[in-house]
Design a protein around this ligand. Structure first.
Ligand SMILES: [Zn+2]
Length: 388
């Protein structure tokens, strides 16, 4: 974990079951004050939901253990807002395991089914489990929603993919409705997406409105009017809270650009690229030489993050790649930081642990470069280390 968790908790209550201590940098969490339980009667007597109905917490692909997308297939970033939100059912069994573990498993299973279809990644942008867990689907979809100006093109509603984002709901809803927990989470997710993309509840459609399919099942499809009403109520009551504040970062220095780093290059910038890729989960050697393996990893990283996919690390990819590290952090990004500081004259033991010696070395480098000497390695410091 490279930095403080990013979340906005509107009601300040602590619900330990949500595991806030493991929130990732990309997680979204907010309470929805004033929103009651689902108004459509599900099978409430049988439900033992484990996710709190009044919170929206979106688990990123990283958190539920997604595989990297198939880098051979392009994933398109569409630089405009979606106009509709498509509701699906997975047509999967109506299981009664409402745990987070089950939610993460269905997300992984769904990704596997879709990749086995020959797709690059999960087809849908988001999923909701029967236990009410909300999960990012296609890589980059959560960052896109947080931004609110673009989305990642999915494969979820033939004929509508370039105008819509899709939500897969675990279960089969031909003759019954989602669980209360699932319904409440879906309402909060849609309210959030409406806020982020400037939509209202009239944007909600069923998959069968786009394509020739029974999805999302007749019972669920028949309840879309109720879903729109519940989303309206959530929006009116403050649900779908605005995007959390961005992670604190040092301001960008417009006078200095990132060095474009690409295949055939070697040196400090390449070392940084490789260590940062390791931090983000790619397994490659940090040999300071930008060869085919590094290029392939960059293709995958760019695809996964909705960036232009060209295999070169430039003005767009560097900011997505760097990790803000400070005292107390550890891992591959810190190893890279220590190696780069040593190349700039420090004599650190490269142990991947950001302790007081690394803190002091960062501060000295920042002072030397006339940067703000706060001992936090953010964009300006990384840029200095790979440029100077
Ligand atoms: Zn569908």
């Amino acid at each position: 974990m490279s930095s403080a968790p990013l979340f906005l908790n509107r009601d300040n209550t602590q619900r330990g079951s949500l595991g806030r201590t493991v929130l990732s940098r990309r997680a979204v969490l907010f309470g929805a004050a004033g929103i009651g339980a689902a108004s459509v009667a599900g099978l409430s007597a049988l439900n033992l939901p484990t996710a709190a109905a009044n919170d929206l917490r979106i688990y990123s692909t990283e958190e539920w253990g997604a595989n990297a997308p198939n880098g051979d297939i392009a994933i398109n970033r569409l630089n405009y807002r979606p106009s509709k939100i498509v509701v699906h059912h997975m047509d999967s069994p109506n299981v009664t395991d409402y745990s987070q573990e089950a939610a993460f498993k269905i997300a992984r299973d769904c990704q596997s089914w879709h990749v086995n279809n020959g797709w690059a990644d999960s087809g849908q942008q988001f999923s909701v489990s029967r236990g009410g867990y909300v999960l990012e689907g296609r890589h980059g979809s959560l960052a896109a929603a947080q931004d609110g100006s673009y989305f990642i093109e999915g494969i979820q509603a033939a004929g509508c993919n370039r105008e819509t984002i899709g939500i897969e709901n675990e279960g089969r809803y031909e003759g019954e409705l989602p669980t209360d927990a699932q319904w409440a989470a879906l309402v909060q997710l849609i309210a959030y997406l409406c806020r982020q993309y400037g939509l209202d509840s009239s944007a909600i459609i069923g998959h069968r409105d786009c394509s020739s399919t029974a999805c999302p099942g007749s019972a669920f499809y028949g309840a879309l009017g109720q879903l729109r009403a519940d989303v309206d109520a959530a929006l009116a009551g403050g649900g779908g809270a605005p995007t959390p504040p961005p992670e604190p970062e040092q301001p960008e220095d417009p006078g200095m650009s990132w060095p474009v780093t690409k295949r055939g290059d070697s040196g400090n910038a390449v070392l940084a690229v490789q260590r940062l890729l390791q931090h983000h989960g790619w397994q490659l050697e940090a040999d300071t030489s930008f060869g085919p393996a590094t290029e392939q990893a960059i293709f995958e990283f760019q695809s996964a993050n909705g960036l232009g996919v060209d295999g070169a690390v430039g003005q767009e990819t560097w900011p997505a790649l760097i990790v803000v590290v400070r005292q107390g952090d550890s891992g591959s990004a810190v190893i890279g930081l220590q190696e780069l500081l040593n190349k700039h004259g420090a004599r650190l033991e490269v142990d991947g642990v950001f302790g007081s010696a690394t803190d002091q070395a960062v501060r000295e480098f920042q002072e030397l470069q006339h940067f703000d000497a706060d001992a936090i390695a953010g964009p300006i410091t990384w840029k200095g280390l790979v440029t100077v």
